[in-house]
Design a binder for this molecule. Structure first.
Ligand SMILES: *[C@@H]1O[C@H](CO)[C@@H](O)[C@H](O)[C@H]1NC(C)=O
Ligand SMILES: *[C@@H]1O[C@H](CO)[C@@H](O)[C@H](O)[C@H]1NC(C)=O
Ligand SMILES: *[C@@H]1O[C@H](CO)[C@@H](O)[C@H](O)[C@H]1NC(C)=O
Ligand SMILES: *[C@@H]1O[C@H](CO)[C@@H](O)[C@H](O)[C@H]1NC(C)=O
Ligand SMILES: *[C@@H]1O[C@H](CO)[C@@H](O)[C@H](O)[C@H]1NC(C)=O
Length: 536
């Protein structure tokens, strides 16, 4: 999913700036070479080799006067292939980071760098790139891009949008310098600086103001939190503003907001800021609980395979880092709790042992209608109410899972319809009876080698909730506002919940302009902290 804390965003900027310098370097080298080629070599050729015969001369000239612009646009040159792959890879770097796949982002940017190096080398020596030089890089990039493509359907779709986006920008930019600034802007704009600023101010409040902490203690024991006559929602996120919009939009569209209870779980870094925000802003009298995932001592490597895998991944990443001279911010390479937050959706009955029904909301949704009717829908004994996504052929099980695995092919129908996380009604009684969490654990263990699926929570969700999912009317949950520029307006208007899944989150500058106001209208822009943070 799409967690982003400010702390690991900063290295992104550092990386991009070095990348921009790299590009600028490349550009100046190309410029210099062109200058030399145009102004110098023709004379040299004429002066020093007057006795060559015509064909030899021609060969020599074409050889000497390699036009890198022509080379890059030539349909079958390696330079062209490398440039195209680089465009794709650049977009994937942004997306991989969005999905917390820092390893992949790092690998991609390494390859981009070797690619740039090779291109500048070719420009410098004025010779086309040879197969021997290009092959390892093209192969390496291809396999990384395949890895990224394979990781998640949404990434693939977003990718295509992003790629055409970036290509359009590149095509429009004639001068290479313009290219680099466009890329720079794209990257810099993705940094949610104002979010970081807001978190900092709120954490300071939380630590300084004793009454806030006392109020939080008092609310912790409220009986409303476990009252099954009320309407319960859960949100697992470290993005304060996003959660605020989810809750605000829900209460603003509710007839009786006082009957709504929101259960937030966040990570340790964000906990204080979340508490401070939700204790000091009004959400129409609804009840809001904030918990820290680090307090869930039961969610440990002995109980949870994902916690175990993340722990092992952490130590591997640490080992891996030891052998590199790359300096990474420790928070940047330790997204453990962030990823665990994503998987919390599989532990809902454990987190809320006294509750019977709950609606799960992703942090990138906006609620536009009354949601309480969801609680009286008949799920026909199923555990999970969700909208199906297989209107288009490719959202079927075979798309998400490796059906070459004999267990998968013997137990699941490859044509079964996929569904979406983001708005889910969970019947927690049915969940406990069907041991869905145990099923999830089973599949997570089968996938330690990532041979069944690569990344994300949807594939294990499809397995764990197989045969236990009740399709909801499509208007409950309209997806794609984070990547699809062409969603029917009427569909968006009629939707109870709109979902900004994809890369272009509404809180990023990268957001799709026509959808951004749908999210932004639920932010109190007159709040002094937001004012300070937006302008600073
Ligand atoms: C290189 O090729 C492009 C496109 O064919 C052309 O516009 C440009 O003038 C060429 N540059 C040199 C230095 O020959
Ligand atoms: C669920 O798990 C419990 C304990 O692990 C077991 O006793 C029970 O039979 C399981 N139920 C189902 C339906 O698998
Ligand atoms: C899919 O599963 C098969 C059989 O388990 C395995 O050999 C193959 O490597 C898997 N494919 C991927 C891409 O992991
Ligand atoms: C919630 O949304 C309303 C309506 O759009 C807005 O006026 C208000 O400021 C928002 N509240 C918060 C706490 O963001
Ligand atoms: C927005 O925030 C300000 C400052 O905290 C507050 O006075 C105002 O009531 C809020 N507006 C709404 C509509 O919640």
């Amino acid at each position: 999913m799409r967690r982003r804390t400010v702390d690991y965003r900063r290295p992104v900027r550092r990386w991009f700036s070095s990348w921009i310098w790299g590009l600028l370097g490349l550009i100046s080298v190309v410029g210099f070479v062109l200058f030399v080629v145009v102004h110098h070599h023709p004379h040299e050729d004429r002066d020093e080799q007057p006795i060559l015969d015509k064909s030899e001369l021609l060969e020599q000239v074409t050889h000497k006067r390699l036009n890198i612009t022509e080379e890059i646009s030539s349909a079958n040159s390696y330079a062209r292939q490398l440039t195209e792959q680089m465009t794709l890879a650049k977009a994937y770097v942004i997306i991989a980071k969005e999905h917390n796949n820092f390893r992949l982002a790092w690998e991609l940017s390494q390859k981009i760098r070797s690619c740039q190096f090779l291109l500048s080398k070719a420009a410098m020596r004025e010779e086309p790139i040879t197969l021997d030089e290009a092959e390892p890089i093209i192969k390496g990039l291809s396999s990384l891009i395949f890895k990224a493509l394979d990781a998640h359907y949404d990434i693939a779709t977003t990718m295509m949008t992003m790629k055409s986006h970036i290509q359009a920008l590149e095509e429009r930019a004639n001068a290479a310098t313009v290219q680099s600034t466009v890329f720079g802007q794209l990257a810099a704009a993705a940094l949610p600086k104002n979010l970081h600023c807001l978190h900092v101010k709120l954490v300071a409040d939380w630590l300084r103001k004793k009454p806030l902490q006392e109020l939080a203690d008092e609310k912790r024991n409220s009986l409303r939190l476990v009252d099954n006559n009320l309407y319960h929602f859960c949100i697992f996120s470290d993005n304060l503003l996003a959660v605020s919009v989810v809750i605000n939009s829900t209460v603003c569209n509710a007839d009786h907001p006082k009957q709504l209870i929101f259960h937030i779980v966040t990570n340790g870094v964000t906990y204080g800021a979340m508490q401070a925000w939700f204790l000091s802003n009004d959400f129409k009298g609804s009840t809001i609980e904030v918990q820290n995932i680090e307090d869930f001592t039961w969610l440990n490597a002995f109980y949870s395979p994902i916690a175990k895998q993340l722990l092992e991944m952490d130590s591997r990443a640490y080992y891996f880092k030891g052998s590199q001279d790359m300096k990474i911010d420790p928070k940047f390479q330790n997204p453990k709790h962030i990823s665990l937050l994503n998987h919390l959706r599989f532990y809902v009955p454990e987190i809320y042992p006294q509750l019977e029904k709950i609606v799960f909301l992703d942090d990138d949704v906006v609620v536009q209608k009354e949601l309480t009717p969801l609680f009286s829908l008949d799920l026909h004994g199923n555990v999970n109410g969700a909208v199906e996504t297989c209107l288009e052929a490719f959202h079927r099980y075979y798309k998400y899972l490796n059906f070459s695995n004999p267990i998968i092919s013997s137990m699941f129908d490859p044509q079964a319809c996929g569904w979406a996380f983001g708005l889910n009604v969970f019947d927690l009684i049915a969940w406990r009876k069907a041991n869905v969490t145990a099923r999830y654990h089973y599949w997570q263990q089968q996938n330690v080698d990532q041979s069944i699926w690569k990344l994300g929570t949807l594939p294990p969700g499809l397995l764990a909730f197989y045969g236990l999912t009740e399709p909801l009317d499509r208007r409950w949950h309209v997806l794609g506002l984070g990547y699809d520029l062409n969603i029917d307006n009427r569909l968006i208007e009629s939707a109870a919940v709109i979902h900004f899944n994809g890369n272009m989150k509404p809180w990023l500058k990268l957001a799709i302009a026509q959808y951004k106001p749908l999210w932004e209208r639920y932010v109190n822009l007159t709040h002094p902290y937001l004012q300070d943070c937006v302008t600073s």
